[in-house]
Design a protein around this ligand. Sequence first.
Ligand SMILES: [Zn+2]
Length: 220
Amino acid sequence: MIKIHHHPGDDLLVAYAAGSLDEGLSLMVATHTALCPACRARVAEAEAIGGVLVEDMEPDVLSEDSLAAVMARLDEPEPVPISKSAPEVDAATRDLIPEPLRSYLKGGIDSLPWRSMGPAVKGLDLPVSGMSKARLFRIKPGAAMPQHSHNGPEYTMVLAGGFSDEMGSFARGDVACADESMLHQPVADEGEPCLCLAVTDAPLRFTGVVPRLFQPFFGI
Ligand SMILES: [Zn+2]
């Protein structure tokens, strides 16, 4: 059992339970809750409260049809996520990457179409719709990401290895939240490469001349 120290905020968990996050942020919260029983329980609690609120609504708030549809949905069993790529994922990747993130990957971690972002960092855009962008990063042990600030919040979940920045140290399962006021530079731990899922609500903004060269890789 892994020990998780850094969780997404309750605001994100509640929004996730209400189904109001876009695909990238949902993917991050769902992947974290796959590894974190505490947040799984928080989401279940929020879903239960949401269900009660719906039951308490006056009939004129919801039309009869939509109320019936909501009630029918509440009775349905939870859909089981279907892995679109399960047969193509190797055993090591299966152990490392929980669903739903695994469904976005074709092939094992080593055979993904990584883009080099300098000598120490590789990135891979994930196909998500909505405002947020989701990317996997693979950082060599001990290497630093370019220093950057944000136009909006950035959430980074560690899948393997770990990293540290001005906010603390993050290991498998941990989610680091950086807001737009922060200028930060994550540095990967020594040992194994750091694999993480990063979701940004708005494009990153790099500072300095050299890091600006990285901007095209981040889709700016
Ligand atoms: Zn958690």
